[in-house]
Design a protein around this ligand. Sequence first.
Ligand SMILES: CC(C)(COP(=O)(O)OP(=O)(O)OC[C@H]1O[C@@H](n2cnc3c(N)ncnc32)[C@H](O)[C@@H]1OP(=O)(O)O)[C@@H](O)C(=O)NCCC(=O)NCCS
Length: 266
Amino acid sequence: MDSVDTALDRVWPAQLRTDRLLLRPVTREDGPLVSELLTDDRVRAHLGGSVTEDRVAARQAAYPTTAGAWTVVRVADQRPIGLVTIGADHRCEGRVELSCQLLPAAWGEGLGREAVAAAVSWWTDAVPGGGPLVAVTQKANSASCRMLEAIGMTVVDELDEHGARQCLYTPAGDQDDSDLRWFRLLAARRDAVERRRGAQARATAAGQNLPDDLAALTPEELARLCPARHGAYGRICARMADHTPDLHLGRAQDGAWIAWLTTADA
Ligand SMILES: CC(C)(COP(=O)(O)OP(=O)(O)OC[C@H]1O[C@@H](n2cnc3c(N)ncnc32)[C@H](O)[C@@H]1OP(=O)(O)O)[C@@H](O)C(=O)NCCC(=O)NCCS
């Protein structure tokens, strides 16, 4: 699976149109909008408060070169009214995080949900292998929670961050294949962990004593090996049948050394 940044770079720049909005990449001319959003106490009420001038300048410089950062333009009067961003989630490799902030004058008309729904659909359609999408918002941020729930997102986790309880939302199953994406992500991560652990265990003295070519073993020798050789995904454990603890060490179908723990599906 590509990293989120790589996947985003491939489809950026992108422009999205909804009934009332245009989402287009942020430009340098959007500096005043960025400044207003970052320093308005109402906008920042659940985002850690107003930020310093340095931070405003840094964001003004960064947004125009950041894939996944849109300015939300109200089509009726062509005014920039907010930002929507899609970018790598720093909490979890492979996950993408969505955020939305609008100027208070634009609140209460359903524009937030219109913008966010467009961004979620775009991510699902334009970046099929892009990884699961999440939105994290303070539990106390009822406007944001209602907005995410109105477009069918659901809470799948809660966490404490920046001194506040946060809800982690994902799109509902019928809006995209997020369940499948989670499954693929977890499977890919498990595989990587097992391969890393396998290479490490093979490098130990005990690991080096294990037979290299399992296919060349006689039926008698094979019979003395751990029965986990019949485990899932073509794994073959090369350790002896009575080994403890339950860390199996052997070969994956493609020959790589892997180590895995006994689980219900192994
Ligand atoms: C979160 C935020 C983007 C929501 O923006 P918004 O446009 O006001 O939110 P919504 O799209 O949910 O719409 C708000 C209201 O408009 C109403 N509405 C919906 N569609 C509408 C339409 N077509 N016409 C008129 N009103 C409409 C809804 O009833 C909704 O009210 P409700 O939540 O009581 O049902 C905005 O409050 C904000 O910028 N907050 C500060 C930044 C922030 O905290 N962001 C969250 C971090 S991800």
